[in-house]
Design a protein around this ligand. Structure first.
Ligand SMILES: O=c1ccn([C@@H]2O[C@H](COP(=O)(O)O)[C@@H](O)[C@H]2O)c(=O)[nH]1
Length: 224
């Protein structure tokens, strides 16, 4: 089985991001580039990181009217990302149009509820119920819209997997036992997420901010 870990390269400097990716590439399965990276370095930056030779996950979390999201998906076609994120709350038409505009080999996955949020945060945005309820509702919407899968926390992935047997499940908010959660509120260990059905494990700071990132990546790999 291939390594399910995608390293989140949330570093402001392109050279530093590329150097980190080169160092840990034997111990991860892919590289995730987010909005921070894309705004700073654009397509040029993505091409540079792609030279490392691992699949690229563009975590842009697109959320706009269907026509605009479809245009953005077409614009990133040329970068041939393995995975791209959109927000499930953009609605069914947006999800359908995003999938129709994506490249043949790109998986489109919808963010259900950010892993940095908990039930109180949800209530403050006017949504009643538990994170579990909210994630399940949006998982159903994503499934019906014909996209490839969802992003959820490791606390919901087992239930989401049960509801959508052949879905593709991206799980961030992962922390090896004993490491600091930081701004993440719904965390589990990488091993628990994998055992519960995650297809991709997104891990950033536990590797990128470790005193020895290669050792940290290797330690995580050994738990899987
Ligand atoms: O719900 C979500 C969706 C995306 N992310 C992204 O994953 C990484 C996590 O980084 P860590 O340093 O391991 O916390 C980061 O790039 C987020 O933008 C998420 O955390 N939660």
């Amino acid at each position: 089985m291939s390594n399910p870990v995608y390293l989140a390269l949330d570093l402001p400097q392109l050279d530093a991001a590329k150097a980190l990716a080169q160092k840990v590439k034997a111990h991860v399965g892919g590289l995730k580039l987010g909005l921070e990276f894309f705004c700073a370095h654009g397509s040029h930056g993505v091409h540079e990181i792609a030279q490392v030779g691992l699949p690229i996950f563009l975590d842009l979390k697109l959320h706009d009217i269907p026509n605009t999201v479809a245009g953005a998906m077409q614009a990133i076609h040329v970068l041939e990302p393995a995975i791209v994120t959109v927000h499930a709350s953009g609605g069914r038409a947006m999800l359908e149009d995003a999938k129709a505009a994506a490249g043949e080999h790109t998986k489109v996955v919808a963010v259900t509820m950010l892993t940095s949020l908990d039930e109180r945060d949800l209530q403050r945005t006017g949504i009643a119920g538990t994170p579990h309820d909210h994630v399940m509702r949006l998982t159903e919407l994503a499934h019906e819209s014909g996209i490839d899968g969802i992003v959820c926390s490791g606390q919901e992935v087992a239930a989401a997997h049960k509801q959508w047997k052949d879905g593709f499940f991206v799980v961030p908010g992962l922390r090896p036992a004993g490491s600091a959660a930081g701004d993440q509120k719904r965390v589990v260990t990488p091993r628990k997420a994998r055992d519960d059905g995650a297809s991709v494990l997104v891990i950033g700071r536990p590797i990128s901010r470790a005193p020895d990132p290669v050792q940290a990546a290797r330690d995580i790999e050994e738990t899987l």
